[in-house]
Ligand binder design. Structure first.
Ligand code: MN
Length: 433
């Protein structure tokens, strides 16, 4: 797409908008009681089901047109790159200031919904959720807390580490996150049950799977990205005290699966193409990835995507104070590329399915200020001072955590991911006995 393209929808050309015509992320929204697929453009949503009804997608394959009328993105995800490219080209034509005639603009205008009137939904029916551990800086910093002399386990540079999360508790941005209760073990004393005292966020990027692989079949790395529909933001909320007590010997469980927040808009891989960079860099004395994880396109397997974390307490909100920026990271910091994660996941014959969600794991950089969770930030540097005098080691009830992301290159409009936000609610008082 020409980098200079502009939309006739003026809000899309505002440099602060996350959604210029070069982005066109997909989401699912509810408006006036009807749930449908839409595409974000400026401060509007283009209603794809209405586009189908009005014949604006005529000429595209029948199954593609049918997928645009669905209530979830899974059917569209299953169709693959050729279909996605055709649909994106058509939507671009409809929204392009130079290509769409005045008459066409009038027809499309009637199918736009103001974003502020829509309630965003989960974009897909997520069958399975897998969380990785692909940032070596996160793995090293967290490892150092537990094993100062040996922070990185010997497998880390050979095998992408991951675990199976829970799909049922994935929620869309904006929903409250109830502080989980669970078992913890104070360093001195007996194990106890109660609300977590160390609730944390994890800044991650989500990967929505497009076409899957059959059970028993694998995905060669040269084809890995054909199985990726697009990216979103993920907050993999974590209860650190519960995690420390439960994680051995089988790994994360109730410390993680009480809730996971995702941003509602899925940014297509095509929109991210201009922001590709070299894939993970390995130090000269690191082992090379095994042959099946060695990518022929390593020069472009990374993404220059800036990630930001903001925090606002209830007290700040009541005082009208702006959220503070807690950290700034970049997806380039990953040790394993998205292509490597996909290929590794299917290398044993595990079948990925359209709408499955993979997450990178906490994205942390090497530098102070680029930590992707509070555990890393506050164990090394002490509590964070908020405006108004509050201190934070972990999240308190009423705290709101917001992730944002954007990609930018000279001479091009910036594309953004929208928000991935959640506010902490007090723990449940449900009876357990
Ligand atoms: Mn995680």
């Amino acid at each position: 797409m020409a980098v200079s393209k502009r939309s006739w929808i003026t809000s899309a050309n505002d440099p602060v908008s996350d959604f210029p015509i070069q982005n066109l992320p997909y989401g699912v929204f509810c408006h006036r009681g009807e749930t449908r697929i839409g595409v974000a453009i400026g401060d509007r949503i283009l209603d794809l089901r209405a586009c189908v009804r009005e014949g604006l997608l005529a000429g595209l394959a029948d199954e593609l047109v049918a997928a645009c009328g669905a209530e979830v993105l899974n059917p569209l995800m299953s169709l693959g790159r050729g279909a996605w490219r055709g649909l994106r080209a058509r939507i671009t034509e409809l929204l392009d200031a130079d290509e769409a005639s005045k008459a066409m603009q009038g027809r499309v205008e009637a199918l736009l919904v103001p974003m502020r009137e829509a309630v965003m939904q989960l974009p897909a029916q997520i069958g399975d959720y897998t969380d990785f551990y692909a940032s070596i800086h996160h793995a090293t910093r967290v490892g150092r807390l537990f094993r100062p002399e040996n922070p990185l386990l010997p497998n880390y540079k050979h095998v992408p580490i991951g675990y199976h999360g829970r799909a049922s508790s994935i929620v869309v941005s904006g929903q409250e996150i109830r502080r989980p209760r669970g078992q913890t073990k104070p360093s001195a004393g007996e194990p106890e049950f109660g609300p977590t005292k160390s609730l944390d966020y994890e800044l991650e990027v989500g990967v929505f799977v497009g076409p899957g692989n059959a059970l028993g079949r694998s995905i060669p790395i040269a084809e890995a990205e054909e199985h990726v529909f697009g990216l979103c933001l993920v907050n993999d909320w974590s209860a650190r005290d519960m995690q420390a007590w439960e994680y051995q010997p089988l790994g994360p469980f109730l410390a993680k699966n009480f809730a996971t927040t995702i941003s509602p808009w899925i940014v297509p891989m095509e929109a991210l193409a201009p922001f590709r960079v070299r894939g993970p860099e390995r130090a000269a004395d690191d082992p090379a990835p095994m042959a099946h994880l060695r990518s022929p396109s390593a020069e472009t397997d990374g993404f220059d995507l800036t990630l930001r974390v903001y925090l606002e307490s209830r007290q700040m909100r009541q005082a009208g104070a702006a959220p503070i920026l807690l950290s700034t990271g970049n997806l380039r910091a990953l040790y394993w590329s998205i292509a490597q994660l996909v290929t590794h996941h299917a290398s044993n014959g595990c079948n990925l399915r359209p709408g499955d969600l993979l997450a990178t794991g906490t994205v942390s950089g090497a530098a102070t200020g680029s930590e992707g969770c509070l555990l890393e930030k506050t164990r090394e540097h002490g509590p964070i001072a908020l405006p108004g005098g509050e201190l934070r080691t972990f999240l308190e009830d009423g705290d709101r955590v917001t992730f944002r992301a954007g990609a930018q290159r000279a001479g091009m409009p910036r594309i953004g991911f929208g928000e991935c936000a959640g506010t902490i609610a007090a723990a449940s008082r449900d009876r357990l006995l």
